[in-house]
Ligand binder design. Structure first.
Ligand code: PRP
Length: 175
């Protein structure tokens, strides 16, 4: 496919929004211990920028779940490819996502953390949200930006595994 890339949210806007989110998170947890769990791979860039702006110590862990396979549309069939390393029983967990689309991944992960991992509290933070695509209602506590239902790349989001390293948010436009 021939395509071009168009910037949607520039680097400066993304960086200053991440700082705002970090300050909100810092204030809300008010010194209470929090474990930030990034969902691989998309969240890695956002998570690393976010935690650097939080001035209280945070714990980091990762989980890898897959709902897409090679499809571009969510099948709703969520699989755990890598579980968290830490014991999260009784912990305050903040799930960190790059994007929430249908909400199916987050719905599954929230349920898993509550029922299987026995966490104390659970909150969710995403850099991007596509509200038009939502299929299930999920509570998202911190949202960087709402984006239109377009093919979004950059800042962790990929097109065929590429462009995750783009330091801004962009749209893929077929030509
Ligand atoms: C993407 C994204 C979310 C999920 C959102 O992950 O990082 O985890 O899809 O979609 P949903 O709200 O419809 O469930 P993907 O499976 O593409 O993996 P990646 O993070 O490795 O790119």
């Amino acid at each position: 496919m021939k395509y071009r890339i168009e910037s949607l949210i520039d680097r400066q806007k993304v960086e200053s929004r991440i700082k705002e989110l970090a300050k909100e998170i810092e204030k809300d947890y008010a010194g209470e211990e929090v474990v930030c769990v990034g969902l691989l791979k998309g969240s890695v860039i956002f998570l690393s920028d976010l935690v650097k702006e939080i001035e209280t110590p945070v714990i980091i862990d990762f989980m890898n779940v897959s709902s897409y396979g090679s499809e571009t549309v969510s099948s709703g069939d969520v699989k755990i490819l890598k579980d968290t390393d830490l014991d999260l029983r009784g912990k305050n967990v903040l799930i960190v996502e790059d994007i929430i689309d249908t909400g199916l991944t987050l719905e599954y992960v929230i349920d898993y953390f509550k029922k299987v991992k026995g966490v104390k509290t659970i909150k969710t933070c995403t850099l991007l949200s596509k509200p038009d695509r939502r299929r299930v209602q999920v509570d998202v506590d911190y949202i960087g930006f709402e984006v239109p239902d377009k093919f979004i790349i950059g800042y962790g989001l990929d097109y065929d595994q590429k462009y995750r390293n783009l330091p801004y948010i962009a749209v893929v436009i077929p030509e």
